[in-house]
Design a protein around this ligand. Structure first.
Ligand code: GDP
Ligand code: MG
Length: 162
């Protein structure tokens, strides 16, 4: 069985952009409209020659009801299927209360959660992560999925050793 990586987080943080970069496809819809990926989307990736399954998710909006509730359930299902969980947040938006409630929800799953701060392009590398350390995760990475910055290091330091 190939190791499974789940990409979770609220809508619009760049999960699908990272999925497309990992899988080298455009299978995941990327857009400015949040909440486009309703279902779990599975893809194959070869990261430095190591094969993985990647799961993209629709995102968790906090206080889920209706369709959002289904999206959150899909996300938590992806987490349960995963060997490696990447919890994506956005440096552009900073730490939000939704990120905090997702973090709380993820902690209940008893899995190692790797925090990935995306969209760090244009931000000072020394300060961009400081807010996010308060979430209390040991593994914190900075990337710009749209440009590829930090993605190689994420693979080397977080994904391959897991
Ligand atoms: P998702 O809803 O979490 O899947 O987010 P998407 O991958 O659809 O991306 C949402 C928006 O953020 C799109 O407009 C992307 O182009 C943009 N985006 C993704 N990654 C980056 C990044 O590294 N830097 C910047 N500035 N924008 C990004
Ligand atoms: Mg998406």
């Amino acid at each position: 069985m190939l190791p499974v990586i789940a990409l979770v987080g609220r809508p619009n943080v760049g999960k699908s952009t990272l999925f497309n970069r990992f899988t080298r496809t455009r299978d995941a819809l990327v857009a400015d409209l949040p909440g486009l990926t309703r279902d779990r989307q599975y893809g194959h990736a070869k990261l430095q020659n190591n094969p993985f399954i990647i799961i993209d998710t629709g995102g968790i909006t906090g206080g889920e009801v209706g369709v959002d509730g289904l999206m959150a359930e899909q996300s938590m299902q992806a987490v349960r299927e995963a060997d490696i969980v990447l919890f994506i947040v956005s440096a552009r938006d900073g730490l939000t209360t939704i990120d905090e409630s997702i973090a709380q929800q993820l902690r209940l799953e008893n899995k190692t959660i790797n925090l990935v701060v995306n969209k760090v392009d244009g931000f000072d590398q020394n300060t961009v992560l400081t807010d996010f350390y308060s979430l209390g995760f040991e593994s914190v990475s900075a990337i710009a999925a749209a440009h590829g910055r930090g993605v190689g290091r994420l693979v080397e330091d977080v994904i391959l050793p897991a």
